[in-house]
Design a protein around this ligand. Structure first.
Ligand code: G6P
Length: 608
């Protein structure tokens, strides 16, 4: 979702802005633009294409102060006139991430005052509002601050003024923004990956912060205008971890990084024969002994991780668990249980609906909260009482892969801790589960070795319009995840059903043009699943079965068996995810879609 980069330096900042935007491309966007002060003017370029197109348009653009933006349309279609930066009277330039909820009333007021709007965006009210204060002689910081008090909604902002060529103002509320500290130069960005070529020293701005940034200095103020000190942190994210290396796409790279990501996530338990609550935070033991149920809140792929965890938590730990889509929960009148542990799952930690759901839960009296997240500095991690950081490393592909499997690892650890606390885990079982977890990186590597086979298989899907995914039990959410991956990046309509539901509706869709992909682990539901597969075959549906060793489903005409290397017991959903990720990836390659940046989607959905 929208990305911001800004810089104030002694050197030309245009290459820094463009490189930063390119590194934020993964967030999802439909247009891009930048503005710098050049030859006494605000020199703006915008493009509805990729950042590469903007690069072509800016070969002669230069300046030592500038702001840049990738836009993901919310108010107004993707077009050059709606792309940021927005300008007011050729004096003020603004880039914005977020949504201004009261923009209509502000727009009416500003229009009446003579401001001419040239876009359909909510952002344009911000730039005119700042201008209305600035033109009266107020300094840029105060003009911005005065404007912020009138805005309702979420924002991360970068602001410049033509007659103030050495200063950048920024502010954040509800949308991520950080500052980069260089030598004699400073930067702003939506996330640290954008700034890694220029600095790894960053300041994470807090909610309500406003900063005045010059080449050699900066000042940060909180909501009430009090100047404060925020720590400069050295980001651990390396430049290498966000580069593509020899892979064709980030998604492919990230699928292959799963063995390492899982191993890193397991680091806290790698040498132990027992697991302790402390891996979820110092207060975890006390919190876990006070809970009687779990409420998981998440969106998208993270929601699917929650659905798998429900099977584990109820079966292994014997604790009741509900899983809810965050955007639904936040608007539902539900009955709070203060003894529930509210678990928010998010790869980014910035998803607006998940944040709002957690805030809503807390406002209803939930005190036990845990964030499982891949970004240490994210809003969710800061908000929750307990936290577990997955160690997937930066995930750039919009379709989440390694963040999902590492979330599952974290949730399995949570299951074990709670099972132990509730007296449901013998020492022997605990050792066995930990042993199985430690085997996961090697086991997932074996699944990755299936890549050439799956690449070949994908050829059979490229010309299909629809696909059906089936699973049972804890593999039903994996069918959901497989279907989501396929639709996200190949644009093939895919649906997932628990196989037992087949005859209650979706069987009507099955014919020779509807490929049916089935997750067939060797577990207690196998025989039931086999009957469901016969129902498909009898209607002429072509079956693609990802089968564990020992499942005895025979390859025949119209039934393709893709043999999984081993059966991983409770951890099987993690292994069965990987071939479905690869399938979606190779089908997308066949179809020639933009794998890492699928149309209309964003990596980090920071608006509602
Ligand atoms: C977007 C992304 C998905 C992700 C979902 C939830 O839709 O494209 O990959 O699963 O947001 O994001 P989160 O960061 O909260 O896990």
């Amino acid at each position: 979702m929208c990305g911001i980069v800004g810089a104030v330096a002694q050197r030309n900042v245009v290459p820094i802005l463009l490189e930063g935007l390119q590194r934020l491309e993964y967030r999802g966007y439909d247009s891009a633009g930048l503005v710098v002060i050049q030859d006494g003017q605000l020199q703006r370029e915008r493009s509805t294409g990729r950042v590469a197109d903007l690069r072509l348009k800016t070969t002669d653009t230069h300046g030592t102060l500038g702001i840049a933006h990738t836009r993901w349309a919310t108010h107004g279609v993707p077009s050059e006139r709606n792309a940021h930066p927005h300008l007011s009277n050729n004096l003020i330039g603004v880039v914005h991430n977020g949504i201004i909820e009261n923009y209509e009333s502000l727009r009416n007021r500003l229009s009446a005052a003579g401001y001419v709007f040239t876009s359909d965006t909510d952002t344009e009210v911000i730039v005119h509002l700042i201008h209305s204060h600035y033109k009266n002689g107020t300094c840029l910081l105060d003009a911005t601050r005065a404007s912020l008090t009138e805005l309702i909604g979420a924002y991360a902002l970068g602001v410049i003024a033509l007659d103030n060529p050495d200063q950048l103002i920024c502010a954040r509320r509800g949308s991520p923004l950080l500052m980069g500290v260089g030598v004699g130069e400073h930067f702003i960005a939506s996330d640290v990956s954008a700034l890694l070529p220029v600095t790894n020293r960053v300041i994470y701005l807090e909610e309500g912060d406003v900063a005045e940034i010059n080449r050699d200095s900066y000042r940060i103020f909180d909501v009430s205008g009090t100047e404060l000190t925020r720590p400069v942190q050295v980001s651990k994210i390396s430049n290498e971890s966000v580069s593509l290396g020899n892979y064709r796409h980030y998604m492919q790279k990230e699928i292959h990084e799963q063995p390492q990501a899982i191993a890193d996530t397991l680091e806290s338990v790698c040498n132990s024969t027992s697991i302790i609550p402390g891996v979820f935070g110092a207060e975890a033991a006390a919190v876990f002994s006070d809970i009687n149920s779990i409420l998981i809140l998440a969106c998208g792929t993270s929601y699917h991780a929650g659905l798998v965890a429900r099977y584990w938590l109820e079966e292994i730990a014997g604790i009741p668990c509900t899983v809810e889509i965050a955007s639904e929960y936040r608007y539902r009148t539900s009955v709070p249980n203060p003894k529930a542990l509210v678990v928010v799952l998010s790869q980014s930690g910035e998803t607006a609906d998940t944040q709002a759901a957690l805030n809503f839960a807390m406002s209803m009296g939930h005190i036990h909260t845990l964030a499982i997240c891949n970004v240490a500095e994210s809003a969710l991690v800061r908000l929750a009482k307990l936290r577990f950081l997955t160690r997937a490393g930066p995930e750039i592909g919009v379709a989440s892969t390694k963040a999902f499997t590492t979330q599952l690892v974290a949730l399995f650890l949570l299951t074990l801790v709670l099972a132990k606390q509730r007296g449901r885990l013998t020492e022997e079982k605990e050792r066995q589960h930990l042993h199985d977890l430690r085997h996961l990186p090697a086991a997932s590597q074996k699944v990755l070795d299936m890549e050439p086979l799956i690449a070949k298989l994908a050829e059979q899907f490229a010309n299909k319009q629809h696909a059906l995914f089936l699973g049972r039990g804890m593999h039903y959410p994996i069918a959901l995840e497989g279907a989501l991956k396929l639709k996200e990046i190949s644009y093939i309509h895919a649906e997932a059903y628990p196989a037992g539901e087949l005859k209650h509706g979706p069987l009507a869709l099955v014919d020779k043009d509807m490929p049916v992909i089935s997750v067939a682990p060797n577990d207690v539901l196998l025989e039931k699943l086999k009957s469901n597969l016969h129902e498909v075959r009898a209607r002429g549906g072509e079956l693609f079965v990802f089968a564990d060793a020992g499942t005895h489903i025979c390859e025949e005409d119209g039934v393709h068996i893709i043999q999984m290397p081993e059966h991983a017991g409770y951890l099987s959903p993690i292994l069965h995810t990987i071939p479905l990720q690869l399938l979606a990836y190779y089908v997308a390659l066949q179809k020639g879609t933009d794998v890492d940046k699928p149309r209309n989607l964003a990596k980090s959905v920071t608006v509602e």
